[in-house]
Ligand binder design. Structure first.
Ligand code: AHR
Length: 490
């Protein structure tokens, strides 16, 4: 059997892993908002103020920390005033980015903030630079956060909310190098400086200003935006999608892939580590004190849509391959917790690498959901030094990936065996931790395994007890294609 070892140093606590690295993204795209989270108050599907009770409860179990909205490409076509006030008089528009369907704006600002309230997460609003005005953006902030008696604030009161919402996370445009206006970085940097100037702080609330960052490895974008606008932002974003074979025409379906494409997918997912590092190195040139954080506010797998579904809805299934991508990526995020301030998987429900899929009143939790569940102990925990010795699976990709943290006296180690064919015996050594009890939970299955509405529990987390205590450390065998969370406590 193949062998690997994981060495964790629990004697020195590192930086705090922000809970926001476990954030999510919800766009007016396909059935993410409508049908996925929002069904309206009159729906026969159980709901609270229109929000699906089953979905909200599942997200609460994940302790979802932050939710980005309303896009994505939709953000730069979204005009917030269309989504407030009586629903029957809200403006109807065509969602030109996503399927050309009519968007009736029945889910707007108040509904989004109600969703966040029900989940117990913080909102991250991405505002419109591409087709909006400075005044429009400034007034959205005022509408949300003003504690004064202005006409704009009075509109909020009239719509049922007297207290300011106190929204902090504020995105100034999305993918402005593409669907957000096809801008070049110089132009965007100037626009960013101008728009953010008028996004005011109200009362005690301090906006956390987020600038649109690069697509993947576009270092030039980062360089220019940091140089011209770095001192006006709190964070810069980046987007990175895992597209099998790196070819939009040949990316294939979520549930049908060869062993070669499986490995290719993970190799591409793994590249996010080096891409983040390089963007951070570029950022350092203009921000040696590390005041500006990095946010990966769109990441995940992107395949062909499920057969027979609207190509503009980006609905895809989710298998153990996606679970491996999630496990690998979240370990990489933990390891850069020194500079990452938020990450948002794309997207929450029914779009791309979702944690939840719905079909009418039915709902299922995907393998990716279960990875977030296994990793949730890392949120707001202290990062621990974690070294992995493991064979290469392909190129830079190792067979075993891991990260570790400590919170409230509990050490958590998350690890995955990315190899779809071979188990691996792992020696887990945790220095500086004489914990008596090790508990573990595992998610495993054949690489194509997934949950369906007929078999929603085909892939689920199971207790894992086969851990041997030896003089050298704990020894456990990770099955092929598996992800485990081990917790050590007294
Ligand atoms: O997540 C789907 C789309 O991918 C988003 O709308 C856009 O920002 C990105 O290109």
């Amino acid at each position: 059997m193949m062998a690997a070892s994981i060495h964790v140093d629990a004697s020195r606590k590192g930086v705090k892993i922000s809970r926001n690295l476990y954030g999510h993204f919800s766009e007016h795209l396909g059935r993410c908002i409508y049908g996925g989270v929002f069904v309206g108050e009159n729906s026969p599907i159980p709901n609270n103020a229109g929000m699906r009770t089953d979905v909200v409860e599942a997200l609460k179990r994940l302790r979802l920390p932050v939710l980005r909205w309303p896009g994505g490409c939709f953000a730069d076509e979204c005009h917030w005033q269309d989504g407030i006030g009586p629903k029957e008089s809200r403006r109807r528009m065509v969602n030109t980015n996503w399927g050309g369907v009519v968007e009736d704006n029945s889910f707007g600002t108040h509904e989004f903030l109600e969703l966040c309230r029900q989940i117990g997460c913080e909102p991250y609003i991405n505002a419109n630079v591409g087709s909006g005005t400075v005044q429009e953006m400034a007034e959205w902030v005022e509408y949300l956060n003003s504690d004064g008696d202005s006409t704009i604030a009075q509109r909020r009161w009239a719509n049922g909310r007297r207290e300011p919402f106190g929204v902090r996370f504020w995105g100034v445009g999305n993918e402005n190098w593409g669907c957000g206006g096809n801008m070049d970085p110089d132009f965007y940097a100037d626009q960013y400086r101008r728009y953010q100037t008028f996004c005011r702080n109200y009362g005690g609330n301090r906006l956390f200003r987020i600038a649109c960052g690069p697509n993947g490895d576009d270092w030039q974008w980062t360089e220019t935006v940091m140089k011209k606008a770095g001192s006006y932002m709190d964070a810069l974003t980046m987007h990175y999608y895992t597209v099998p074979c790196g070819n939009w025409q040949k990316k294939g379906q979520a549930t049908e892939f060869t062993p070669e494409v499986y490995v290719d997918t993970l190799e591409r997912a793994n590249r996010i580590g080096a891409i983040m590092d390089t963007h951070l190195a570029v950022m350092d040139r203009y921000d040696s004190e590390h005041r500006v954080g990095l946010i990966v506010d769109e990441w995940g797998t992107w395949y062909d849509v499920e057969p027979g579904t609207n190509p503009g809805f980006l609905y895809q299934q989710n298998t153990m391959r996606d679970a491996m991508v999630a496990a690998l990526t979240l370990n990489l995020f933990n390891r850069r917790a020194d500079r990452l301030v938020m990450c948002n998987i794309a997207q929450l429900v029914n779009v791309l690498q979702s944690v939840i899929l719905t079909d009418g009143e039915k709902m299922l939790l995907t393998p990716t959901y279960h990875v977030f569940d296994l990793y949730k102990a890392h949120m707001d925990a202290s990062l621990l030094d974690c070294t992995v010795f493991s064979d290469a699976l392909s190129g830079e990709l190792r067979q075993v990936t891991a990260s570790a943290s400590e919170k409230d006296g509990v050490v958590t180690v998350t690890a995955a065996n990315l190899d779809a064919e071979h188990p691996v015996e792992v020696l887990l050594q945790v220095e500086g931790c004489e914990k008596a009890r090790a508990e573990a939970r595992i998610l495993t299955g054949e690489a194509h395994a997934h949950n369906t509405f007929e078999q929603p529990e085909n892939v689920t987390v199971q207790p894992f007890t086969a851990i041997r205590k030896t003089e050298r450390g704990l020894v456990l065998t990770l099955p092929a294609c598996s992800v485990i969370a081990v917790s050590l406590r007294d």
